[in-house]
Design a protein around this ligand. Structure first.
Ligand code: HEM
Length: 441
């Protein structure tokens, strides 16, 4: 979940022929990359399988194979060039190891190879693309947004918005899509409150969030590149205006803090824009998936749903168990800053490690009977769904709060909630969760 600075967005003026040539070259590169990955997957490369259907629809058996292989002979080295860490101990160790970072050893973005647009990570996502000391400086700027006093305000927002959304969906009667009616609009409203984005812009904001979130798996097509370009340009225009406004009339929101940082010389305008993009991407679909995955897990384990209905105070436990059992962010990546050893396997400087957070969460060495969803699980808090080390999710308290509010109010107001059709899964590798989840109350 890292991005490069050699962004595909923000291109200069181009002719129609120039664009056609660029599109063709880009289309060929994407096609070649996909075909190469699929060929490896078909030949049994487990890491490549995580990127392709049918395996990525249910990656948990692949994770189990990777864990077993790692126990037998060290972390699996894939023909994709990546080495995968899959056990809880090794995932945690890699995340905490300061010899591994999100950039290459010389501080360059790993995507800065100069051979055209970045295909894997096309949008600059601020903190997620930076190692210390830049990372430390910018993380400090965003931190006040998650202070306890601000969280109390977001709780009020989350409770009011969830109640309104559920009232609307339940009052209409009949089946509804839990993602469209609750899991998706709730985090967008909360991030809008965090950034103090005016209501009139909320719809556009949500569309940009979807577009930028889709960039986490890399670029799908030239049309996808154009969609990302439009989203980034739209965000740049809106945040440019908001920064100017907050300079004159500062509030308590993150944009006011960021505007002061630009004025005080501790951040550049580009860094601030990337931060706003990050907050939108990091806080939107992740939380949507948390709510969707929780409800889906309890549809498959109806006794656990009954337990939650009987005691809605278990909502926080349901959030933790969902984060362990089916985490919204499945994996991330790191690069060796020197020659290192990872769980006994030597890694050359600048080689990449695929860090399988979701696999760590199903490691039986830490979570007995890991494939069972259990609201009363004791070790559930030791999951790695929010990563670890310096990039530990800044929004974790907010995500927990939103998930807890959503599940508690659902259990209280819709105790008979049950499936009303087949869920439609998101086709992605990094983010996991239903795109549509038909339910009836
Ligand atoms: C269930 C919901 C969420 C999950 C599963 C999640 C997961 C993650 C993970 C795994 C990372 C680290 C990636 C890495 O190590 O490479 C991360 C980082 C981050 N998350 Fe979250 N996140 C969630 C919600 C949120 C929310 C609601 C916000 C804020 C609005 C947020 C803001 C951030 C930020 C700013 C970072 C970057 C931290 C850094 O690099 O220092 N996240 N998140």
């Amino acid at each position: 979940m890292t991005a490069g600075t050699d962004s595909v967005v923000g291109p200069g003026p181009r002719t129609a022929t120039g664009r056609l040539v660029e599109d063709t070259v880009l289309g060929l590169r994407i096609g070649a990359m996909r075909a190469g990955g699929m060929a490896l997957a078909l030949r049994g490369d487990r890491v490549a399988r995580l990127l392709h259907r049918p395996w990525r629809l249910d990656p948990y058996p692949v994770y189990a194979e990777l864990r077993a292989a790692q126990l037998a002979g060290g972390p699996v080295r894939s023909r994709t060039g990546l080495t995968a860490v899959a056990t809880h101990a090794s995932v945690e160790a890699v995340l905490r190891d300061r010899q591994l970072g999100v950039r290459l050893s010389d501080g360059a973005s790993r995507l800065g190879d100069g051979d055209g647009p970045s295909l894997m990570e096309p949008v600059d996502l601020s903190l997620l693309t930076l190692d210390p000391p830049d990372h430390t400086r910018l993380r400090r700027l965003a931190q006040p947004a998650f202070a306890p006093r601000r969280l109390a305000h977001y709780r009020e927002v989350a409770e009011r918005v969830t109640a309104e959304l559920l009232d609307g969906a339940l009052a209409r009667g009949g089946p509804f899509d839990l993602v469209a009616e609750l899991a998706s609009p709730l985090p967008i409203k909360v991030i809008s409150a965090l950034l103090d984005v005016p209501d009139v812009d909320a719809g556009r904001f949500a569309r940009w969030g979807l577009a930028l979130g889709s960039s986490l798996d890399g670029v799908r097509s030239p049309a996808h590149v154009r969609e990302l370009t439009r989203a980034t340009a739209g965000m740049r225009a809106l945040f440019g205006e908001l920064l100017e406004q907050r300079r004159v009339h500062p509030g308590e929101d993150v944009i006011s803090t960021l505007a002061a940082a630009v004025d005080g010389g501790t951040a550049t305008a580009d860094e601030v824009l990337a931060m706003a993009q990050l907050l939108l991407v990091a806080g939107f679909e992740t939380t949507t998936n948390l709510i969707g995955n929780a409800v889906q897990a309890m549809h498959r384990a109806p006794d656990e749903w009954s337990a939650l209905v009987a005691d809605p105070g278990l909502a926080a436990a349901a959030v933790e168990e969902t984060l362990r059992y089916d985490p919204p962010v499945q994996l991330t990546a790191r690069f060796a800053h020197s020659d290192v050893e990872v769980d006994g396997r030597p890694l050359r400087r600048d080689s990449g490690v695929l860090v399988l957070l979701a696999s760590a969460n199903r490691d039986p060495a830490v979570h007995p009977d890991p494939d069972r969803f259990d609201l009363h699980r004791e070790q559930a808090a030791a999951h790695l769904a929010f990563s670890g080390g310096v990039h530990y999710c800044l929004g974790a308290p907010l995500a927990r709060l939103e998930g807890e509010v959503a599940l508690r109010l659902l259990a209280e107001r819709a105790p008979r909630l049950r499936p009303a059709g087949a869920p439609v899964p998101r086709v992605a590798t990094v983010l996991r969760g239903p795109l549509h989840l038909p339910v009836t109350a």
